[in-house]
Structures are given as C-alpha cells and as structure tokens.
Design a protein. Structure first.
Ligand SMILES: [Zn+2]
Length: 255
C-alpha cells in the first residue's frame, strides 16, 4: 500500500471530482492520503471531505505562508480551537514562501516560529512548504533546534548541501512528487543521493501532476508513477520504494 503524504482534496479545482479521485487512488493502491491545511477559508471544506472518507483521509492543521499578511495572528487564533475538535496528523502546511514577493517576510517568520512551538507542544510533526527562502528557513530551524522538531520538507527542492545543513537541526524527511518525473528538473540527481528511509511520496494534488499527466489535474492515483521513477533513479524494485516510503510515513505521522 502507498501513502500520499500531501494532498488538497478540498481544493475547488477538484469540483465534483474529489470523491471519484479518492476512489481511483484506493483502486491504484494508495490507501491513505494526508490533507494539508492552508487557512480558515478552506478548513471547513477540508474536514467535510475528510469526514466523508474516514478510512482513507487524514488531516493536518496549519497556516500556509502564502496566506500570511498583517492579520496572521487572527488566523492563528482561528486555528487553535480546531486542535481540540479534530484528531490531526501534523502541523502543516507551514513555512516560508518569498516567490510572490517579500512584503510579509517578518510575519511569515513569526508565524513559522509560533507554529514550530505549537507542533512541539502538541508532539506533532510539521509539514513544510518552502520556496525561495532557503537561508531564512535554515536560520529558523537552527533557532528551533531546542524543540527537536520532526517533519517533512514537502515538494522538496533543496540542494544536497542545504539538505545536510537543515538535517543538523531536527529530524527531517523529504516529500517527493511529480516534479521528479519532469525532464531537466535536476531533482533526480538529488534523489539519487538521499537515502530511501528519508523519502515520502506525495502528489500535492490538484497541483503538479507527474509526466505523462503534466498540465492536467493531479490526483493520488498517480503516486505509483512517482514511486516507479524513484525506483528507476535508485536502481531498486518499486516494491521496495512502496514498502519503505509507507513505513517512513507511518512512523513520521504515527499512522
Ligand atoms: Zn500543498
């Protein structure tokens, strides 16, 4: 059985397709799918679909960096009561994203620090979204070293050097998805060097569909394509990739 460690089945891009996509995933051998939270606007919808598929979906809670502005503290206040209402597997997706601009860098860093503390307090792993902010992220995990964080770098795109640096401050896994199947992505070379016992499979669906579905709606049923590519890169059987990555996900998220 496979586990897709990063999905958004509540995303409106799925429209009426979400339930059918979840059924196709189960059919393809993907028995568990973890949904990453973004902000208060979509949280109800996330738990609604989660409750419809209790055997196959698990949820996280967190404030996504792209949703952070000067009102971030209100978003954190809206987030906190959910931890009493719902069992969740991680604090996520949280992190730093400077791709769309650096207007709220200070707020993003502060929200990340607060959510690192929240994860430590709740004894939960973190699911990290990181884009164009490697140096600040390394500084953030260094500052949080005393929290002994464990987590996953979702949509992993760091250099090997940066990965080794991050690994000095916490217990980190990497989430590998459709990007590994893209030509010239460069990610394949990094994946070759990262031990399999640090790798988790993910789609980030409905985004980032793997080849040959690139440009279309992504879904967890494509996880075996990502596993096959990793098996190819590492020269090992796909069954090994399936077994080890599922074991990694079970340990990290206590599934
Ligand atoms: Zn995501």
């Amino acid at each position: 059985m496979y586990i897709d460690t990063h999905t958004h089945y509540y995303d409106e891009a799925f429209g009426q397709e979400a339930d059918a996509a979840i059924a196709r995933a189960v059919e393809a051998g993907v028995g568990l799918m973890l949904q990453a939270d973004v902000d208060s606007r979509e949280r109800d919808a996330m738990f609604r679909i989660g409750h419809r598929h209790p055997e196959h979906l698990r949820q996280m809670l967190g404030l996504y960096p792209g949703s952070i502005d000067t009102h971030w503290q209100e978003e954190i206040d809206a987030l906190l009561p959910w931890f009493e209402k719902e069992p969740v597997v991680a604090v996520g997706e949280i992190g730093l994203d400077y791709h769309e601009g650096k207007d709220f860098v200070k707020e993003q860093k502060e929200a990340l620090r607060v959510q690192f503390e929240l994860a430590a307090q709740k004894d939960l792993p973190v699911n990290i979204h990181l884009r164009d902010a490697t140096a600040d992220f390394i500084a953030a995990v260094k500052d949080a070293a005393h929290l002994h964080l464990r987590g996953n770098l979702h949509c992993f795109g760091l250099s090997l050097e940066a990965w080794r640096e991050v690994s000095r401050y916490g217990d980190w896994n990497v989430g590998i998805g459709g990007v590994v199947t893209f030509k010239n992505a460069g990610l394949a070379q990094t994946v070759a060097e990262i031990p399999l016992d640090r790798i988790l499979l993910e789609t980030d669906c409905p985004y980032l569909a793997p080849v040959p579905h690139r440009g279309h709606l992504n879904e967890s049923a494509y996880i075996p394509l990502i596993a096959a590519k990793i098996a190819d890169i590492k020269g090992i059987p796909v069954e090994t990739v399936e077994a080890v990555t599922t074991d990694n996900a079970r340990k990290l998220f206590r599934l």
